[in-house]
Ligand binder design. Structure first.
Ligand code: LMR
Length: 363
């Protein structure tokens, strides 16, 4: 009996101890639960903050919208440098998946950007317009494919030569995509002009800004430095003042830039590749990110109602500034008679190319 009582007493005592321990355990669990809840709340707030930040930076719904980039001629020598640069974030920003997710592709309605590189390349002794017949047909069908399959917001950059006229033909073959979405590459010439001035002044190319390439990506292009500024030991000088050699700027400099593509072909037996890829990246990065305050760059865009009297319905290289992925021709630049005549000569060549292309294709 005593044993039982003890047992009972002991049993009751044990139960109370156990009860106490269970209580302690429960409290511990509750504390942990509260902590987890607090942590989850904190994480949720962080995620919300990130999402808002991404939305603010132009991405939808908290998930980053993939930027789908179409590159034609992707097995060629320009794309050899270009694809890697795009994939590692030189164009659309570093906040990208870093591995080059390249693949052969099919028509898609989701292209954000189309970089049309593939075309018959120029050989030694040829002018770019000698490629007209072979290449405008390619760009007519590529324009038609974009019309059929691409987003209406797609940004199209034409690189294959003769780039301006190919670009015009592609744009005409895609009538439902705004003409402003099409541009052609003259950034290669722009970069060449910049580096010629920089070498002459003994400064890095980054110290030279606002050179202009007017007109055609051909030997009639006009590299204009009348509005160019050079940073010499911290002060910005007008290019003519910095170079101190007007004869060179009005003569050899222009010819060097106009003939640079041919000089590269002569030296390499192949047309430019890495510099072209770099220029493509510069061009598309500026479309994407905008141009720096107070700076302008050159690109071939559709001429319509411009202040410089450039004939309508051409893809002509102008100085442009870019904001929110839209370009605007820089207005109010004074044009002297020397510049005016050079701008007209290159426009005439473009009119001629356009008319020849249209007669080939009937667009
Ligand atoms: C260049 O300028 O280097 C390219 O457009 C290739 C060419 O045909 O000159």
């Amino acid at each position: 009996m005593k044993e039982k009582q003890d047992g009972n007493e002991n049993g009751n005592k044990e139960t109370q101890t156990q009860k106490g321990e269970r209580k302690k355990e429960r409290k511990k669990k509750e504390r942990k639960k509260k902590e987890r809840k607090k942590e989850r709340k904190k994480e949720k707030t962080e995620r919300k903050k990130e999402r808002l930040c991404r939305v603010k930076n132009g991405r939808k719904g908290g998930k980053s919208e993939p930027i789908r980039v179409l590159v034609t001629g992707a097995a060629g020598q320009i794309a050899y440098s270009l694809l890697f640069s795009i994939a590692k974030g030189d164009v659309f920003g570093k906040d990208q998946r870093s591995s080059p997710l390249t693949r052969r592709t099919w028509p898609s309605t989701t292209w954000t950007v189309a970089i049309l590189v593939g075309s018959m390349p120029r050989k030694e002794g040829m002018e770019r317009k000698d490629l007209l017949k072979a290449n405008v047909a390619i760009f007519k069908s590529q324009g038609a494919a974009l019309e059929k399959y691409a987003k209406k917001t797609v940004k199209v950059l034409v690189v294959g030569n003769p780039a301006n006229t190919n670009c015009l033909i592609a744009a005409k073959s895609a009538p439902s995509i705004p003409k402003e979405n099409f541009s052609c590459l003259t950034r290669l010439d722009h970069n060449r002009a910049r580096s010629q001035v920089a070498m002459r002044c003994g400064v890095p190319a980054t110290h030279v800004k606002n050179v202009i390439i007017w007109g055609n990506h051909s030997s009639t292009q006009y590299p204009d430095v009348h509005h160019c500024l050079v940073n010499m030991s911290g002060s910005e000088l007008a290019c003519f003042e910095a170079v101190k050699d007007d004869a060179w700027l009005n003569g050899e400099f222009i010819a060097t830039v106009q003939q640079r593509g041919a000089a590269v072909i002569k030296a390499r037996k192949l047309s430019s590749a890495m510099s072209a890829a770099k220029a493509i990246c510069d061009h598309m990065r500026d479309i994407w990110m905008g141009t720096a305050e107070g700076e302008f760059i050159s690109m071939g865009v559709y001429s319509s109602g411009n202040a410089y009297g450039v004939p309508e319905d051409l893809i002509y290289s102008f100085p442009v500034q870019i904001k929110d992925k839209s370009w605007k021709i820089v207005e109010g630049l004074t044009i002297n008679p020397f510049s005016k005549s050079k701008m007209e000569a290159t426009a005439e060549e473009l009119i001629d190319e356009r008319d020849t292309a249209v007669s080939f294709l009937g667009v």
